[in-house]
Design a protein around this ligand. Structure first.
Ligand SMILES: [Zn+2]
Length: 619
């Protein structure tokens, strides 16, 4: 029979958290019990968890099985009396109580009975009546909860008291406040002191059990943010009570693994608000959590990648009407409203609100601080408040007061710059020009599905012409300026239907299909007369004549013109070919590379952090 690692349980019961030799060491232990605690729940996303009792033959102690090991129990790899080699553990202290979690183990062998006659470890810190397994079953995922009724352990404990309780002293009665950052499914009996920074509308859903309601809020303290969701009767109980901007003591909620598809918060857990969740408004006036912003000046939005999120503060200069649009993805009607924000960088930007927030917005001329708004490249740069964004109207923060003062004194007379669209925008003919810093790779253009919507999408690209379709590079066109219609030869010459006129000669005009490549991929770009003029440096009439004269000379010119890089302004749009939609890329502008501009662009890119540092030092 295997030798258990005698003495380990005693060490585990007294070790410091930092004793990595112990927690990362290999220990042969016997499982005296594996208990399922807390039912998994597909509605709330709760995860199954198992509590185990480990024995070294001399003493036993309780631990939790990390959820990634749940499969070991579910497929019977471990059961009562299994000998295991524990290879990684971690130790948390929750309000002075020790909580061991087994992160990794190997099965050694299954035996029929308990080895030795292990006893509960005799220490004041041993707070859980480990042998009363009924209690364990009664309290899901709360290995320390029963113990809170015992008073002896906290004063006499040899274990370090909870770090968090030391850092954030009891703020309300004797309630230790737990940091949001430290919440995990392995702790219970915590209270957080959190500000509600965002609250959703009440949403309805239906599944096989019927109809239901839910809402969610974002809770924030100085250490982090967490999303909390309530269903059905919790909606009734808590939706009205939780007010955006107010601070609450919250306890008795379930900590679940975050469903990342619904949340952009930086927290791997989320809270499930339950019937017995306690929510109590905090009426203190100091020590309240404040939202931490990292404001980006509106003038600097171009440096923010498309679809990223950022924090901004701006003054509402214009409030648009509420409009209703139908979403392309699920054909749902949603309301939206556009605000125009300005700031001290003397830039303005559009910010879109959605749903109830759009309908209820009634604060013109206010200062808006927004956390986690989404950056879009529509119209150059624009912003969108989405479900996990936080928007505070006239926040009591220094930046807001400064902006208010500046605007009232001088800002209201400023002519604000706007971010420029790289193209003509909706329905435009590509009125914008090529903008070097808005260049997008062809791979990005394709993966972003540009042109798949209802309207044209414009983009800048820098790519090399690698191939030109040689046939039908031009067509015979009407001689009348700006007509450009194709003409057909007949007895009377070349006839234009549109002008109802015949010409002795057509004017040839280019119509080119170019395979263009950059580092990320290749795309077929289509161009008209100006593109051919640029590529060949000759008119289509001239090229037509050369080809008539010498096919070899023509081929040489095509080869010479291939493999040249250009700056393109392109338009992406969907058309239909044989009934199938396909995205086509048309060239609105073509320019030779300006190497002086290229060098300057690279220099600016290299310089920018240092430039900012220099400014900061000078100030
Ligand atoms: Zn014509």
């Amino acid at each position: 029979m295997v030798n258990l690692s005698t003495g380990i349980c005693a060490r585990l019961q007294t070790a410091e958290q930092t004793d990595l030799d112990l927690f990362d060491g290999e220990h042969i232990l016997q499982l005296l019990s594996v208990k399922h605690v807390g039912a998994g729940n597909s509605t709330t996303g709760a995860v199954e968890r198992y509590r185990i009792i480990l024995s070294d033959g001399e003493y036993f102690l309780q631990a939790m099985l990390a959820t990634q090991l749940n499969g070991l129990f579910q497929d019977n790899s471990i059961q009562k009396n299994t000998i295991v080699k524990v290879t990684k553990m971690t130790c948390n202290f929750v309000q002075g109580k020790r909580l061991l979690i087994v992160l990794a183990l190997d099965v050694v062998e299954h035996v029929d009975q308990k080895i030795g006659n292990p006893a509960s470890y005799p220490t004041p810190t041993q707070e859980v009546p480990a042998t009363t397994t009924n209690d364990m079953d009664a309290v899901p995922s709360a290995p320390v909860q029963q113990a809170s009724t015992s008073s002896s352990h906290q004063t006499t404990s040899t274990a370090p008291t909870a770090q968090t309780a030391q850092r954030r002293p009891a703020a309300n009665g004797n309630r230790p406040i737990y940091p949001i950052e430290g919440l995990s499914p392995y702790q219970n009996n915590w209270t957080i002191k959190a500000r509600v920074t965002q609250k959703s509308d009440i949403k309805t859903y239906s599944n096989q059990k019927g109809e239901g309601q839910l809402f969610n809020v974002t809770l924030m303290d100085d250490t982090g943010e967490i999303r909390a969701t309530g269903f059905n009767q919790v909606v009734t109980a808590l939706y009205e009570r939780l007010v955006v901007g107010k601070v609450y003591y919250i306890s008795g909620a379930r900590v679940n693994i975050a469903k990342k598809q619904f949340s952009h918060l930086n927290n791997e857990y989320e809270l499930g608000l339950e019937k017995n969740t306690s929510v109590e408004e905090c009426l203190d006036t100091d020590n309240l959590p404040t939202i931490k912003y990292n404001f980006v000046a509106l003038s600097d939005l171009e440096s923010q990648p498309k679809d990223s999120t950022c924090d901004i503060i701006g003054l509402v200069q214009a409030v648009g009407d509420v409009t209703e649009i139908t979403t392309k993805t699920n054909n749902k009607k949603v309301t939206k409203r556009e605000l125009t924000l300005v700031d001290r960088s003397e830039y303005s930007v559009r910010l879109t609100l959605w749903g109830k927030q759009a309908e209820e917005f009634s604060s013109p001329d206010s200062v808006l601080a927004c956390k986690g708004v989404k950056v879009s490249d529509f119209g150059g740069r624009s912003l969108s408040v989405f479900s996990s964004s936080t928007m505070v109207i006239n926040p009591d923060i220094q930046e807001a007061h400064t902006l208010r003062g500046w605007y009232d004194n001088q800002g209201k007379d400023v002519t604000y710059s706007a971010h420029q669209s790289s193209g003509g925008g909706a329905g435009g003919g590509g009125g914008g020009g090529f903008v070097r810093k808005e260049v997008r790779s062809l791979g990005d253009v394709k993966s972003s599905q540009l042109g798949q919507g209802d309207r044209n999408d414009f983009f800048c690209s820098q790519a090399t012409v690698v191939f030109m379709k040689p046939d039908s590079m031009w067509y015979p066109a009407c001689q009348k300026p700006d007509c450009n219609k194709k003409v057909v030869g007949d007895d009377a010459g070349w006839r234009c239907e549109k002008c109802d006129q015949s010409w002795p000669q057509p004017q040839y005009r280019y119509i080119m299909t170019l395979a263009c490549s950059d580092y990320s991929g290749q795309a077929w770009l289509q161009g008209f007369n100006d593109v051919g003029d640029m590529i060949f440096g000759k008119t289509a009439d001239e090229m037509f004549a050369i080809k008539e004269d010498s096919e070899i000379k023509f081929t040489e010119l095509v080869q010479a013109a291939t493999c040249e890089p250009y700056n393109f302004l392109c338009r992406a749009r969907t058309d239909h070919y044989n009934g199938q939609p396909r995205v086509r890329y048309g060239i609105s502008r073509i320019q030779k590379l300006d190497y002086k501009e290229e060098a300057k662009y690279l220099r600016d890119m290299l310089m920018s952090p240092w430039g900012q540092t220099a400014v900061a030092v000078a100030v």
